[in-house]
Design a protein around this ligand. Structure first.
Ligand code: ZN
Length: 409
């Protein structure tokens, strides 16, 4: 297919206007909108090397820039598009859009005279349309995101414990890229220990991509940094947690979401993030439920349901921190460490905000940040910690949810 693309800002005829609009997208016309330099096209650049279309019929804009021998943008060019396998994807005659026709992969090619460029196109059909059943593990595209539905009102996610470093996903260039070592293992082992205890399993969502490739505990821009494959993995990871939350609400009305992390802060203690800052926590118990703290916390709904004070819920003896502390695992907030005391502290990130109950819903969320030493480092330390954490969660669910997971059914 071939089409003459022109920029004619002053043209008033409808057909010409449409062409001008297409040109702006396709060629990045100069601000004068007039005819380009007389030089011919010697180099073509497609904006992306790879396009991912999720679902047959989905399409995305194509942007191509043409350059002359002097490296100047050419505002006017004859572009010819071809598709290696036209059964997989179609490029519109104007060259401004590619649309998926069938699942598979192909290349699209554009040429102008002797200049040419190409890009890969993958049409991916998401197989995970539900219903999702316990006992089956579901994977997103190329296994970057993993979801195991459970049958307890408990959801675990591990966003920073992945190992995969596929070439197709570029390295992230801003934000934190360090892996939370062994948190994927810790999360899986916790789920296994809960099953040993109860005969049932929590919902588990794992990001298997290394954090250098994706940070699914950030909004999508920082998380995936514009890469379509990373963006897809982000949507899958987040969508799996959304799915788990909906399932828990449908089955149990309310539940607990835990986002599992590892920190490298100077003090070895478990940092529990409820979306409350250090200064939020630096008030006496009697004032903790004031100043909008309950309303902005990730356990807002749970706080409304329980019979204890907000201070008791998040740092009293029956809180997660209190229960951990009683078993020898120093934590903050807790009865002994009611606030971070001016030391570094993670308040809970994107996932805790999004999947907790601040904005409503029956699932309340907490971010667990674990130090490495004594908790994550070896199978033995993890097993010892997990054995205690199972008891902590059991007590917390019983006290604050009225849910006895040892009762069965
Ligand atoms: Zn983390």
């Amino acid at each position: 297919m071939s089409r003459r693309v022109r920029c004619r800002k002053n043209s008033l005829a409808p057909a010409r206007v449409a062409l001008a609009a297409a040109c702006l997208v396709a060629l990045g016309c100069g601000s004068d909108g007039g005819a380009g330099p007389a030089g011919g096209v010697t180099f073509l650049q497609i904006e992306r090397e790879a396009y991912l279309l999720v679902g047959v019929g989905e399409g995305t804009a194509l942007r191509v820039t043409a350059f002359d021998a002097a490296g100047e943008v050419v505002n006017e060019a004859d572009l010819t598009w071809t598709v290696d396998d036209p059964s997989i994807a179609r490029v519109e005659a104007s060259g401004v859009r590619v649309t998926g026709l069938a699942e598979g992969a192909t290349r699209i090619r554009v040429s102008s005279g002797s200049a040419n460029a190409s890009a890969s196109v993958e049409v991916y059909v998401d197989p995970n349309t539900g219903p999702f059943e316990p006992g089956i593990v579901y994977y997103g595209r190329r296994d970057y995101a993993e979801y195991e539905p459970g049958d307890l009102p408990l959801i675990l996610s591990a966003p920073h414990g992945g190992y995969l470093l596929p070439d197709e996903v570029p390295e992230r260039t801003f934000g934190v890229t360090a892996q939370d070592r062994r948190t994927q293992e810790l999360t899986r082992e916790l789920a296994d220990a809960i099953e040993v205890r109860t005969g049932r399993r929590p919902y588990v969502i794992i990001s298997r991509l290394h954090r250098r490739k994706l940070d699914p505990n950030r909004e999508i821009v920082e998380a995936a940094q514009g890469d379509p494959f990373a963006e897809q993995a982000w949507r899958e990871f987040q969508g799996f947690i959304d799915e788990a939350s909906a399932a828990v609400e449908a089955e149990f009305e309310k539940g607990l979401y835990i986002d599992m992390h590892g920190h490298g802060h100077p003090i070895d203690r478990v940092e529990l993030g409820y979306r409350l800052t250090s200064s939020d926590l630096e008030v006496p118990d009697a004032f903790l439920d004031q100043g909008g703290r309950v309303e902005k916390s990730s356990v807002r709904q749970l706080a409304a349901d329980v019979n204890v004070s907000f201070a008791e819920l998040i740092r009293g003896p029956s809180s997660l921190g209190g229960l951990l502390e009683a078993r020898g695992y120093r934590s903050v907030p807790s009865p002994s460490d009611p606030d971070p005391g001016g030391n570094p502290y993670f308040t809970g990130g994107y996932n805790t905000e999004r999947h907790g109950s601040r904005a409503g819903g029956g699932v309340s969320g907490v971010q667990f940040e674990h130090q490495f030493d004594g908790l994550r480092e070896t199978p033995e330390t993890r097993a010892a910690y997990v054995a205690e954490l199972v008891e902590v969660l059991e007590a917390f669910l019983l006290t604050h949810y009225g849910y006895d997971w040892t009762a069965g059914g």
